[in-house]
Design a protein around this ligand. Sequence first.
Ligand code: ZN
Length: 518
Amino acid sequence: MSFDDVVSQPHITTTLRNQISAGKTAHAYLFTGSRGTGKTTCARIFAKAVNCLSPKDGEPCLECEICKNADAGTLPDIIEIDAASNSRVDDIRELREGVSYTPELCKYKVYIIDEVHMLSPGAFNALLKTMEEPPPHVKFILATTEVHKVPSTIVSRCQHFDFHRIKTEDIVSRLSYIAGEENLSLDGEAAALIARLSDGGMRDALSLLDQCAAYSDKIDINTVSAAAGIAGRDHLFDILEAVLARDAAAAIRKIDELYEKSKDLAVLCSELITQMRNIMILMSGRDARDLIVCLPEELERLEKMAAGTDIDTVLGLISILQQCSERFPRSANKCIELEMCAVRMCSYSPAKGTVSASGVSDRAVSNLMDRLTRLEQAMASGVPVTEEKKPIAPPPPPKPLKKFDPNNYTPLEEWKELLGIINEKAPALGSFLTNSAACIEGDMFYLIVASDVALRKFKRSNDSAKLKEIVNGYYGKSFGFMLYSSHDVDMEDQDNPINEIIKRAKSNNVEVEIKNQN
Ligand SMILES: [Zn+2]
């Protein structure tokens, strides 16, 4: 009703009141700020106050004929235009004609143009012409959420006020006041949840209060969560707890369950991102709780998860979820996409960057995912699925062979760990790697085995392929492989095509290249 009722914008209401009481108002104003921050409300109060027959300190009296008519919306001199539905030149032309007539009842004709950024370029031009030569009896108030879409020629002719998001405590006290007026019981926790859910917008907060009142006139946190549709989100926390416990099976089971219940998996993914963000925020500081919109028992679970993990893991998991969400629109099977995402999260380890604890790299998973998607698309479009043939690549340019010295190299620190993985995944290979060592130089992986038997073993294409797969998977890249032994080796395996290379290699300190023959 009056400037005094406007919440959280004292920098604007004080200035406007001072201008009105001093009789020094501008002829055009631009009100900017996000939705529900009070732009249109302020515009209406201004229109009323500037015309009020007995204003007090710049406030409308609310009792004179003008104030009463303005509040009833029956004042012909206060004209509200929604630019979203009146964006054409013709609409503004009408406005220009109207501007030339003097007001009927008031001192000033006040034009309030809402969502002004929606005007067409032609309409902006027409408006600009009017604003360039404004009749003294006209005031303009332009309001917008997107000031960057308003031409600078317009902006420069207006006094510009930027409306801030309304503070949570201001919304809470306003809600409590209104609840009191309406004989609703609203507890503090519920009011705070409404305020946080409406993200600094008073209009959203009031309409949520309205929805709550439709449920019950005793509004507590359960009423709010039911009205706002945030009840029953346990599944989000179940999934994230499984992920942080590295229990991929449990996470996938939960995802499948939701999929069967027809839950929109893209929505699920973005909800998971929101909850991971909440965990991140909780880890960032003591006052962080205010920034999180959730129920008390949800907060408890989030805090437990935050306490049990570290920020690098959380950041990594958020980015894995975001990649999944970006892939969704192109994905033929969203359920598999999200399951892959869960597996990737469960095996994520920040210490090794993209490399996971289980030895499956992000890139390996992502390649697999891409192949799967292609297969699915092929199936969906009725193309018979055949083994994908690799295009015949032109032979690589001959690379000068860098000399590796098996007697002088920096041994690979993580070889022991890698050996553990090999032993686990391919025990038959592991036993041949006793007392072996390895070295990485650039894109080359050098394996130095202890015995001739081992050298022969890894010469076999199946065994070498398995080894390459594990090593490449561990690092998430594709290495060239070279095999060494310090022993003099006898290589007379007639049916192996590598023999030629070995023979050449033998004269060169026994370098054997393992070729993948698949
Ligand atoms: Zn009045």
